[in-house]
Design a protein around this ligand. Structure first.
Ligand SMILES: Cc1cc2nc3c(=O)[nH]c(=O)nc-3n(C[C@H](O)[C@H](O)[C@H](O)COP(=O)(O)OP(=O)(O)OC[C@H]3O[C@@H](n4cnc5c(N)ncnc54)[C@H](O)[C@@H]3O)c2cc1C
Ligand code: FES
Length: 265
């Protein structure tokens, strides 16, 4: 983990309220796992006081060396609003990589990926990591869900890896109308992945965890909670789990990625 003053390489609005920012970063991000996150703070600003967490969306490479990281973010409030106004070459305080990411087992051959809305941010990084680990993703499914068409992001990134994309929107403006779990349960009638990876809103993770349990398929989920310290000292990010003595774990330190079987929804 390193705290550093990063430089903004670019900061672009990609659609609606979604933006991508590229930042310089320490060489240790080369070994960061998909699903790990960073926290950001704008230098000299006291409001908001707390650092804000964001998943690593992509590692920016030049000649096979990691020279930066990309964050995909949605403008939802004070911090993200200020972030969207920052420009190339401005400095920003970066802390990371933090937390526990997705595990990639050498036995993994048939993964299924599911993302709801901005939950796609770490799932792109995961797909790239699976590919780097020699896992053949051609024809592998990724289920992308959102409220409306504008919430369906990164489709082409998965397409470039040869993945089969299943799109749903709640309003039917793009892809199949409904919830992302609907085509997923349909697909499971004729396929059995060896692992399910998911990130998205709480309701989606709860549903996917239940489906995985029902079908006896291992499942890892990346959970988002509001965070305060981001370092495991304040209990601001506790989630209820079945395995630990106290019955709670920290999303910032023990997660954000958890074995779905231990999380109590
Ligand atoms: C591990 C982790 C990874 C994350 N990765 C990303 C990412 O890759 N891209 C991205 O856009 N966002 C991500 N988030 C959420 C991001 O941290 C929040 O959107 C951000 O902190 C909002 O700050 P703000 O000051 O703009 O909004 P605020 O003014 O603090 O909040 C605006 C609204 O968003 C809600 N909100 C704030 N934080 C969260 C949260 N964590 N979960 C759900 N609702 C929240 C608030 O309740 C409020 O309604 C992640 C969060 C966690 C914990
Ligand atoms: S945010 Fe403080 S313990 Fe996780």
């Amino acid at each position: 983990m390193a705290q550093e003053t990063a430089t903004i390489l670019y900061n672009t609005r990609i659609s609606g309220t979604y933006c991508k920012i590229g930042l310089t970063c320490a060489p240790q991000y080369a070994s960061a796992a998909a699903g790990q996150f960073v926290t950001l703070k704008i230098r000299g600003r006291m409001d908001p006081l707390l650092r804000r967490p964001f998943s690593i969306h992509r590692r920016i490479k030049e000649r096979n060396q990691v020279v930066g990281l990309e964050i995909l973010y949605r403008v939802v409030g004070g911090f993200t609003g200020q972030l969207a106004e920052m420009v190339k070459n401005e400095p920003i305080d970066l802390l990371g990589p933090l937390g526990r990411g997705f595990t990639i087992s050498p036995d993994c051959k048939k993964p299924a990926l599911i993302a709801g809305g901005i939950g796609v941010a770490p799932i792109v990084c995961l797909a790239e990591s699976l590919d780097e680990n020699g896992i053949d993703l051609s024809g592998a499914p990724v289920f992308l869900g959102g409220r409306t068409r504008a919430d369906i992001l990164c489709e082409t990134d998965f397409g470039q890896l040869g993945m089969r994309r299943h799109i749903t929107t709640e309003d039917g403006s793009y892809g199949q109308k409904g919830l992302v779990t609907e085509p997923f349960t349909g697909w499971l009638k004729t396929h059995k992945p060896d692992i399910i990876y998911a990130c998205g809103p709480h309701g989606l993770l709860r549903a996917v965890s239940g489906i995985a349990r029902e079908h006896g398929i291992p499942c890892e989920i990346s959970i988002e909670t509001v965070m305060a310290c981001g370092l495991g000292v304040c209990m601001g990010c506790a989630v209820k789990t079945r395995d630990s003595g106290e019955g709670y774990r920290h999303v910032c330190k023990d997660g954000p990625v958890f074995d779905a079987a231990i999380v109590t929804f």
